[in-house]
Unconditional design. Sequence first.
Length: 45
Amino acid sequence: MVAIYVALIVAGRRTYESVPANLQPAVKADLEALGLGTDGKHLAA
């Protein structure tokens, strides 16, 4: 489920806030591992 939410956030179909609270830490960790913020956009270098 985490990977699905990450993909949806990156595609702009979901927001981080819409992710169930129990999955938010894992989703945030995966987004950060990809160099992305919780908005699905690249973090400033």
